[in-house]
Design a protein around this ligand. Structure first.
Ligand code: ATP
Ligand code: MG
Length: 346
């Protein structure tokens, strides 16, 4: 116990939100240390698995997405909210932990990692082992919606219902939390990535033009919206003409982009409805009073809150910083060991 206390004093404990799109690291007593895309670039020049070498992680690797020559591969190791490539995920974790960990201290850090609510026990073990082998002393796992709720300032330990909707890159997680536990939750593999895909497909169908993932994301962020009455705007979009095979530029309107996003947005609204249907009545009554808390980068889509308000007739709140709610929640749990033990997974 005493040793534990001393170790806690000297180590630099970390909270990590391992997201599909972005990985964020929070250091105890230091705040947010880094926020980088969850992308790893590897070179495989010495043929075979063992020849793989991590060439870049984060921003630098994201720049390479869709622009790599044959010998370099830019990989997003977490797809649809689940770990698709364990080796690369471990390499990424190691990179972030080593970068955040103060080399001056000998004590290895205690690490809290946020995981999707639907994580299997095999995946849980894999995440734990990756973090341990990447240098952790102790590993705690917290479900992302729980961390998000703590980060958004909700009192998760109280006997009252709180609904959190986390629209990330890979998944949208909807959860109702009460008494430090998740009472009902639902996840769909629809989030920012599916919105980008929908834009790519729309432009392909309508203009016979192929655009890249990064271009689609930029269009979504700049002129994308969820509702019809959003302010009209246009934007030049560059890609490759599928028939002539040469580069091409079109001007897309916000109406077109809204139209292309109808399906993913409908899926998100439906998931909120289905979760509400499964919510015990006392907790549902709490949600009527307290509303729904939106977090995650995808929740920044223009007018998405309005659409949800219209569809559910409930108050919709947006967390102050939707990108960092999860990692800040995990960070708060790191500061309060009692809370951490209560909300973390076994
Ligand atoms: N202004 C914006 N409008 C619409 N979408 C946005 C905006 N800003 C960011 N996004 C989208 O938010 C997504 C990233 O959100 P976030 O960082 O919360 O995901 P994540 O936590 O990495 O993913 P997950 O939780 O699914 O693992 C990306 O798809 C990005 O395009
Ligand atoms: Mg997330």
């Amino acid at each position: 116990m005493f040793l534990d206390f001393v170790a806690g004093w000297f180590s630099h404990d970390l909270a990590i939100d391992l997201g599909t799109a972005n990985t964020l690291v929070y250091g105890r007593g230091r705040g947010l240390i880094c926020s980088e895309p969850s992308v790893v670039a590897i070179t495989s020049d010495n043929a075979g698995q063992s020849g793989q070498r991590v060439r870049a992680v984060g921003h630098e690797a994201k720049e390479m997405l869709g622009r790599t020559p044959g010998t370099i591969q830019a990989i997003r190791p977490i797809k649809d909210g689940v770990i698709a490539d364990f080796e690369i995920t471990e390499a990424m974790l190691r990179y972030f932990i080593q970068r955040a960990h103060n080399r001056g201290t000998l004590v290895r850090p205690r690490i809290v990692i946020c995981v999707p609510p639907c994580i299997t026990s095999v995946e849980k073990r894999a995440v734990r082992e990756s973090a341990l082998s990447a240098g952790a002393r102790e590993v705690y796992l917290i479900e992302e919606p729980m961390a998000a709720a703590i980060g958004a300032g909700l009192d998760v330990t109280a006997p009252q219902g709180n609904m959190v909707v986390d629209i990330g890159g890979g998944t949208t997680d909807v959860a109702v939390i009460s008494l430090s536990g998740i009472v009902t939750s639902r996840s769909i593999r629809v989030g920012g990535d599916k919105m980008d895909e929908a834009i790519i497909n729309y432009i392909k169908r309508k203009y016979n033009m192929l655009i890249g993932e990064r271009t689609a994301e930029a269009v979504k962020i700049d002129i994308g919206a969820a509702a019809t009455h959003s302010k009209a705007a246009t934007q030049e979009v560059k890609g490759r003409d599928l028939i002539a095979g040469i580069p091409k530029v079109i001007v897309a309107t916000s109406d077109e982009i809204r139209e292309s996003l109808v399906e993913p947005i409908h899926a998100i609204v439906e998931t909120v409805h289905l979760t509400l249907e499964k919510t015990p009545p006392e907790l549902a009554a709490d949600i009527v009073d307290r509303g729904i808390m939106l977090v995650g980068g995808g929740s920044l889509l223009r007018d998405l809150d309005q659409v949800l308000r219209q569809e559910t007739k409930l108050p919709i709140l947006r967390s102050e910083d939707p990108y960092t709610a999860v990692v800040h929640g995990a960070g708060k749990a790191l500061d309060n060991l009692g809370l951490l033990r209560e909300v973390s997974l076994q």
